[in-house]
Design a protein around this ligand. Structure first.
Ligand code: SIN
Length: 480
């Protein structure tokens, strides 16, 4: 058997880390080791910080137009390398290849949009209260940024953070998840090919806790932007206190998906398939709990289950597969625990509710629809991150809103109704950063993505996503 390819990290434009211990990157569809990455730690992080710090002066003094040219070149390279990036993504984290191709385009869209938006960071001149003074607000890049990303969207979570940071003149250290770092390695090669100056973009792999802690303690790092669990987000908030480090956090979700009796049932079924089974259910904004009005409960559940049964499970590298493996054993055990708990408490399996038998050692779970659901079930209280849709009956709008909001999370929610007044009332009352009204796929580069309550701090994407990387500097100018 040939030895797995040894990938490297990149600090100050140099590929390095060949002398470090390594971590295996495993294909979750069959447990094959597809490569190794260096186990970087505090020492490598300090070097990357120094490189990013030294590169900041020149990079931040380029014009936004000059920085946009680098980003646009990188954007084009991502699209030119779509197939290679997509294959790498599917191999390292199991996403169906069609979705991986889509993620590359989605990831690239942030680069294009923020390259342009960097040109629209306006300061201001404010009417003065004193004739011997002029008042201005300048906008300045925050400085060196640490971008820590999860395994489920290996390309898009990086570009959603890095593109706005780079566009306004920040320099970046990217730290992808240890479960899916190879897409980031390929992206680092493309940053090089696009000609980004040394140190502007750096890539670390290794111990997330050691790397994050080192960045937190170093005053040359101005901001950490993180996507991941609420638990880790809370830890980062605590660690950020000592140096008052700026944070953007995109954390866990537990999205309600509400279907009212006047909804277009076919449209709602389509929306739920798109939302629930994206990335095999491993998406922060995936519908996690479904509430359907009693008048259409049976019709909706039957139609939905029929569509779910058509979803082909398997190794995502095959073009016809719609549901890939879960990322690892822990992810699989959690899905199983949620389903078993619901069944123990009286839920009924309409379809699925069992592991998907395979002979490749992948952690596959059969796409599942559960009915007779009640709020006491764990699946209605915790994020499942898997291909399971529990459907609870509701009898009024008030009940739907109450159940939907009854969670510490506030990332995404969905509501299906063809009545404008009802839909508006839901939007007014749903405490979620993102609402899909008759829409199960709300994400886009030009809109703010992020959560209320324990789902995060700040927004990524859209103009808010670039404001997160600049600081306002108020200037009072004395006049004769
Ligand atoms: C996520 O899982 O948070 C990313 C989903 C998206 O950007 O649509």
């Amino acid at each position: 058997m040939s030895e797995a390819k040894k990938y490297l990290i990149n600090i100050n434009g140099e590929w390095t880390g060949g002398d470090l211990d390594t971590k295996n990157v495993v294909n979750p569809a069959n447990q094959e080791v597809i490569g190794t990455v260096p186990n970087g730690g505090a020492k490598e992080t300090e070097l990357a910080i120094q490189a990013a710090h030294e590169a900041f002066y020149d990079w931040s003094r380029l014009t936004a137009y000059e920085r946009a040219k680098y980003l646009k070149k990188f954007h084009q390279l991502m699209l030119d390398n779509q197939e290679e990036l997509a294959k790498m993504m599917t191999l390292e984290m199991g996403k169906p290849i069609e979705e991986s191709r889509g993620e590359v385009v989605y990831a690239a869209s942030f680069v294009e949009w923020f390259a342009e938006e960097g040109k629209r960071i306006y300061g201001s001149v404010t009417p003065t209260h004193a004739s011997d003074k002029r008042l201005q607000v300048w906008k300045k890049p925050v400085g060196v940024v640490g971008a820590i990303t999860p395994w489920n969207f290996p390309a898009a979570m990086l570009t959603r953070k890095m593109a706005p940071a780079l566009a306004v003149g920040c320099t970046v250290i990217m730290k992808p998840s240890g479960d899916s770092p190879l897409t980031a390695v390929k992206m680092m090669e493309l940053f090089e090919e696009a000609g980004f100056p040394k140190g502007v973009v750096n890539l670390l792999t290794g111990s997330s806790s050691e790397i994050a802690e080192t960045m937190m303690k170093n005053e040359k790092v101005s901001k950490i932007t993180f996507t991941g669990s609420t638990e880790v987000g809370k830890l980062l908030i605590r660690q950020s206190a000592d140096k008052v480090k700026k944070l953007s956090l995109e954390l866990g979700g537990h999205a309600p998906f509400i279907v009212l009796e006047d909804a277009n049932v076919d449209q709602a079924v389509k929306g739920l398939i798109a939302s629930k089974f994206r990335n095999s259910g491993q998406t922060c904004i995936c519908a996690n709990r479904v509430y359907v009005h009693e008048k259409i409960y049976d019709e909706f559940t039957d139609k939905f289950a029929k569509e779910v049964e058509k979803l082909k499970v398997g190794n995502g590298i095959n073009d016809d597969v719609k549901i890939g493996p879960l990322i690892n054993k822990d992810g699989y055990e959690k899905v199983k625990r949620h389903v078993d708990d619901a069944l123990d408490k009286g839920a009924e399996a309409v379809t699925g509710a069992k592991p998907y038998e395979n002979d490749t050692d992948g952690f596959f779970y059969t796409p599942t629809v559960l009915k007779n659901i009640d709020p006491s079930m764990v699946i209605m209280q915790e994020e499942t991150f898997g291909p399971v849709a529990p459907i609870q009956k509701i009898s009024s709008d008030e009940e739907g809103i109450k159940y939907a909001n009854d969670t510490p999370y506030g990332l995404a929610a969905y509501v299906y109704t063809d009545n404008v007044a009802r839909g508006t009332k839901f939007i007014e009352q749903l405490n979620f950063g993102i609402v899909g009204w008759n829409n199960g796929a709300p994400s886009a580069a030009q809109v703010p993505f992020g959560g209320m309550k324990e789902s995060g701090l700040g927004r990524e994407g859209g103009h808010e996503g670039i404001e997160a990387f600049v600081e306002s500097q108020y200037v009072a100018i004395g006049m004769e």
